[in-house]
Ligand binder design. Structure first.
Ligand SMILES: [Zn+2]
Ligand SMILES: [Zn+2]
Length: 350
């Protein structure tokens, strides 16, 4: 099949300004792969980018964007022999270099030369060599394109959970009711934890319950959040683990306040730049708290995420609340940003 040289793609022009345009299909070199996108998922990061009109590290407008996707290989470069046109695949949005200081220290998620790709809200996307060789995976037959598109955010959550170290019967508080928080809830349940979901909207908390939360706390309605959380813990001591999955300084502090002695906090949600928090040094020291933050994913976790979906241990569809055509993306983003309630992730089909 001849590829038409033009494709439809969403182009970000600035603050709340996204247009569907005809642009050139990316051309590939001998080491690259061209993927025809079958499904892309909306993500909290994309909503932030839409609201702000840029991303400090990744996107300077006008630019294509979107980074969670799956599709079918359209074309491969002459040096690529592990992939063929027609293969169903998922790719992560980045891959490490394996040569820098952090890669050698076994922290590829902190790689100094991590390359990112954007442009999942389009008909085609180019996969560069670094991703082709590490983070481009063939889909098992039982994994749909929609489900496969969840692999990237799921990998971030899997890594975050691994770093946190949850044990069966732990009481875990998850702050936030976005897709990332829902995945944390689901996976913490799989590990045998008792999960408390904290959020400000009943409608969102109901979804948290559907994905597995044992207790719900509407933080806008309770008098004292800490009392409400401690009610569910033995002797009112506090939770074993608290995970902040929004990115607000006030909630980072709340997460630290609600763990018991020896508890573990994972500050997963990235806050706005130049934000700082206050920590009670006495509590940190005498309660022997562990405070962690996890960022991004590794090739190993991308594989694990796909396995988890393929083996049926996690139903990706639980986190996808609808489907829209690429043409309707601008209206959808507008709705998601301004009347957020019912949306989890939406699949964009070009
Ligand atoms: Zn994302
Ligand atoms: Zn590196």
């Amino acid at each position: 099949m001849e590829i038409s040289p033009k494709m439809k793609a969403a182009v970000l022009y600035g603050k709340e300004d996204v247009r569907i345009e005809e642009i050139a299909v990316p051309s590939i070199n001998d080491d690259e792969v061209l993927v025809r996108i079958k499904a892309a998922l909306t993500c909290g990061t994309d909503l932030k980018v839409y609201r702000r009109g840029y991303h400090a590290k990744m996107i300077v407008p006008p630019a294509v964007f979107g980074h969670e996707f799956s599709g079918v290989i359209e074309k491969v470069g002459s040096n690529v022999d592990s992939f063929k046109p027609g293969m169903r695949v998922v790719a992560a949005n980045s891959a490490p270099c394996n040569e820098c200081f952090y890669c050698k220290k076994g922290k590829p998620n902190l790689c100094e030369k991590l390359i990112f790709i954007n442009g999942a809200y389009a008909e085609y996307i180019k996969i560069p060599k670094q991703i082709v060789s590490q983070n481009l995976l063939v889909l098992p037959n039982n994994v749909t394109y929609r489900s496969a598109a969840l692999v990237e955010p799921l990998a971030c959550v899997l890594r975050g959970l691994e770093e946190t170290g949850i044990k069966p019967k732990d009481v875990v508080a998850v702050l936030g009711t976005g897709p990332i928080a829902y995945m944390f809830i689901r996976l913490a349940k799989l590990l045998g934890a008792f999960v408390i979901s904290l959020g400000r909207r009943d409608e969102r908390l109901k979804i948290a319950q559907m994905v597995g939360a044992d207790a719900l706390i509407n933080t806008a309605k309770v008098k004292d959040i800490l009392d409400a959380v401690k009610y569910y813990t033995e002797g009112g001591r506090g939770v074993d683990v608290a995970i902040e999955a929004i990115g607000q300084a006030r909630l980072w502090e709340a997460a630290i306040d609600m763990v018991r002695k020896g508890g573990i906090v994972n500050l997963f949600g990235g806050c706005a730049t130049k934000t700082s928090i206050n920590i009670d040094t006495e509590k940190l020291h005498y309660s022997e708290l562990t405070i962690k933050a996890s960022f991004h994913h590794t090739p190993n976790h991308i594989k694990k995420a796909l396995d988890l979906i393929a083996e049926g241990n996690l139903d990706a569809e639980e986190f996808i609340s609808g489907q829209e055509s690429l043409q309707n993306l601008p209206e959808l983003l507008e709705k998601m940003v301004h009347q957020r309630n019912g949306f989890v992730k939406v699949a964009i089909i070009p």
